[in-house]
Design a protein around this ligand. Structure first.
Ligand SMILES: Nc1nc2c(ncn2[C@@H]2O[C@H](COP(=O)(O)OP(=O)(O)OP(=O)(O)O)[C@@H](O)[C@H]2O)c(=O)[nH]1
Ligand SMILES: [Mg+2]
Length: 302
């Protein structure tokens, strides 16, 4: 399967629902009413009220200029406008400027942090990099075990402590070990923290301070993992984490399980944080680098 085909397959649910809604809206002749229905269709696909309104305003401009002759043109113009919004957050993660490059992952419970750590690790290892995982989720023994299994399977190094130990101490040891073992990339897995509990945010800040002190320049990526099945609720998560910890990149997981994929539009417009990766399944190879053009094509191309 080609790259575009995989994204299309992964975005199937969002794609089908958006398509069905747009087609229902586009049944009659194009007029003000149709445009309102298009706006409705976008809102229902979690594109956000403000973003949807803006999209339709732009459609209206194209319509007035006579660029929208039939329903196909609407999708084409919409695809272009969406592609433009997403282009502003298309900045792939570059790991060659620091060594060891340090990635701190963040995200609430169960969004797919540990799985994404493994997927990124696999992609980097396939690229010839030496990778070390840091098991900073020390809340549960099972979490340390889960990451250890991935490390073993992938041939990644791992630094772990006992359950209940200080996550910042794990981060410290992981960075020390990375330098000693000539590692290219350190990826720190963290606990599923409730962003509403500030003491947990404080703990993340402490990890971040330790990384900054020990590397002098890191973390080189503060990667927030968002679960697409939460749709627009992700906006509040981005806001809380970004305010407290300055997020530098996003990874969007579980796009395969939801029709709410449109939420990445308001997230992109509001925060302008680069989307590094999207995940369209549980398997290691289901991690894809984010491409604005392919994503908008996958949403709106036949
Ligand atoms: N369908 C689908 N499932 C995914 C994806 N990413 C992760 N998962 C599944 O989501 C579940 C939770 O993943 P984890 O990686 O354990 O999530 P986590 O954020 O580390 O969870 P905690 O450590 O408990 O906070 C697992 O069953 C994963 O297989 C994805 O892109 N698509
Ligand atoms: Mg985890």
């Amino acid at each position: 399967m080609g790259f575009l085909e995989r994204i299309k397959e992964g975005l199937k649910k969002t794609r089908y629902e958006l398509k069905a809604r747009l087609e229902a809206a586009l049944k009659g002749p194009l007029d003000e009413n149709t445009l309102r229905e298009i706006e409705e269709a976008l809102i229902l696909s979690d594109c956000g009220v403000e973003t949807s309104t803006r999209l339709v305003e732009k459609l209206k401009e194209a319509w007035k200029k006579g660029h929208l002759k039939d329903p196909k043109d609407v999708k084409k113009v919409l695809r272009e406008i969406i592609g433009e919004i997403l282009k502003s957050v298309e900045r792939p993660l570059r790991i060659d400027n620091y060594r060891p490059f340090t990635i701190l992952t963040l995200g609430v419970n169960g969004v797919g942090k540990t799985t994404t750590v493994a997927k990124i690790g696999k992609a980097l290892i396939s690229d010839g990099k030496k990778v070390l995982f840091g098991a900073c989720d020390t809340f549960r023994a099972a979490a340390i075990e889960q990451l250890s299994e991935w490390a073993e399977r992938l041939g990644a190094e791992i630094v772990k402590h006992k359950e209940g130990s200080d996550p910042a101490a794990v981060a410290y040891d992981a960075i020390k070990a990375a330098s000693a073992r000539n590692v290219d990339v350190v990826i720190l897995d963290t606990a599923g923290r409730l962003h509403t509990k500030s003491n947990l945010i404080e703990e993340m800040k402490k990890i971040k301070r330790v990384i900054a002190r020990e590397t002098g320049s890191g973390p080189h990526e503060t990667l927030l993992i968002l679960d697409a099945t939460n749709g627009q609720n992700a906006i509040q998560q981005v806001k809380s984490f970004h305010e407290a910890l300055t997020v530098s990149g996003l990874a969007i997981t579980k796009l395969d399980g939801t029709a709410k994929g449109g939420f990445i539009l308001p997230v992109s417009e509001l925060f302008k944080i680069p989307i590094r990766y999207i995940c369209v399944g549980e398997k290691l190879e289901d991690l894809l680098p984010f491409s604005a053009e392919e994503f908008s094509k996958a949403l709106l191309e036949e």
